[in-house]
Ligand binder design. Structure first.
Ligand SMILES: Nc1ncnc2c1ncn2[C@@H]1O[C@H](COP(=O)(O)OP(=O)(O)OP(=O)(O)O)[C@@H](O)[C@H]1O
Ligand code: SF4
Ligand SMILES: [Mg+2]
Length: 344
């Protein structure tokens, strides 16, 4: 296991507060950019206290799937199928006002590349104040709003939660290191105590030591307050430590989905040939006698996906039906659901 090993073990288990009990339920979600179907028939559920890790190669549709589920797709992205419910409410049926309330109060998204998205002319403290003032009810303000002193006190507490010295509240983004800015984006995401946190590759740009420290804090906060989380990454090894559930995307489709134990080597190491390929490509853990083997070929493009099982041109187990018929997800003894004609 890589440097992130032990992240979960270092967190004291606490009582998880169940909020938004039904969680996020995505069923058969399909998203298109014009003629390109970037996400095809994807389903997953995230309940309070759970961390769903979404993994897959670049272009597999990870960001599109969560942006679609949150109704935050950039044009020309459009949802062309499926349903999304959050806490039982139908997100796809909501008007703009209802969506704004959901985005402010129930979901916090840290989008891909958020490190560079902080406003360069606002200090970190001003960012926090803006967020709290935009949703005064959620921030716990009385009808008179939050006083400057109350906002400052909230901001000091908030940055403390993510391990940032309050002295940085008066700093502009350019004066913060990458790790500090990532803590700042997390603090902003947590400002309104959201029941669902969606993080799209939050630590990709950071070195492993900083990444590990930030994830440890995030897990501690998540276990203490019980929010649900969707965590997108290319790093399956990280998810084995961090996630409670894992979804593996390949060329816009979910090829395996289940509890994290089904992906650990002693739980079968995943069933789908692509999942097993991702695991075999990981660098060996210290003391592990294994040579990493990369998956042959290139990731399939969603613009011109292969017929049948989209993984078939790269799959050592492929048989004739694989190129003709797309497999659907079905449960396996490992505990995960797998889209494959061949593996038991
Ligand atoms: N705004 C857009 N307009 C047109 N096509 C897009 C747009 N955004 C994404 N796509 C296409 O949708 C597909 C899925 O992209 P997406 O960004 O969701 O993948 P990803 O798994 O998040 O990749 P990465 O790991 O690189 O972030 C890709 O083929 C991409 O080119
Ligand atoms: S369906 Fe066939 S090609 Fe696809 S992963 Fe399974 S064995 Fe491989
Ligand atoms: Mg992405």
């Amino acid at each position: 296991m890589r440097e992130a090993a032990g992240v979960r073990a270092l967190v004291e288990p606490r009582l998880i507060e169940p909020r938004l009990a039904e969680g996020l339920v995505v069923e058969g979600l399909s998203v298109a950019y014009g003629a390109v179907r970037a996400v095809d028939d994807v389903s997953f559920t995230v309940r309070p206290g759970e961390i769903l890790g979404l993994v897959g190669e670049s272009g597999s549709g990870k960001s599109t799937a969560v942006l679609g589920a949150m109704r935050l797709l950039p044009p020309p992205g459009a949802i062309v199928g499926g349903s999304v419910h959050l806490g039982g409410a139908d997100l796809l049926a909501m008007d703009a006002a209802a969506l704004r309330k959901v985005w402010g109060e129930q979901v916090a998204l840290v989008p891909q590349g958020a490190l560079s998205a902080l406003n360069p002319v606002l200090t970190l403290g001003e960012h926090v104040a803006e967020t709290l003032r935009a949703h005064p009810e959620r921030a716990g303000a009385s009808s008179g709003g939050l006083s400057r002193a109350a906002i400052r006190a909230r901001a000091v507490a908030l940055v403390g939660r993510v391990g940032l010295d309050p002295v940085h509240l008066d700093a502009y983004p350019h004066a913060l290191s990458g790790g500090m800015r990532q803590r700042a984006t997390l603090a902003l995401a947590l400002a309104l105590d959201p029941p669902l946190l969606v993080l799209d590759e939050p630590t990709t740009a950071l070195d492993v030591v900083v990444e590990r420290e930030i994830l440890r804090r995030l897990l501690a906060l998540q276990e203490a307050s019980g929010f649900a989380m969707v965590f997108i990454t290319h790093d399956l090894a990280l998810l084995l430590e961090l996630a409670t559930h894992i979804g593996v995307l390949y060329a816009g489709r979910l090829v395996e989905h289940g509890p994290v134990r089904a992906f650990h080597p002693d739980g079968g190491g995943g069933r789908h040939p692509y999942t097993r390929g991702l695991l075999a490509a990981l660098p060996p853990a210290p003391g592990e006698d294994r040579v990493p083997i990369s998956i042959p070929g290139h990731a399939a493009s969603v613009a011109a996906p292969p017929s049948g099982c989209r993984f078939h041109p790269r799959c050592a187990l492929a048989t004739a039906p694989c190129a003709a018929v797309a497999p659907s997800l079905s449960p396996r003894a490992s505990g995960s659901a797998v889209a494959c004609h061949e593996v038991p």
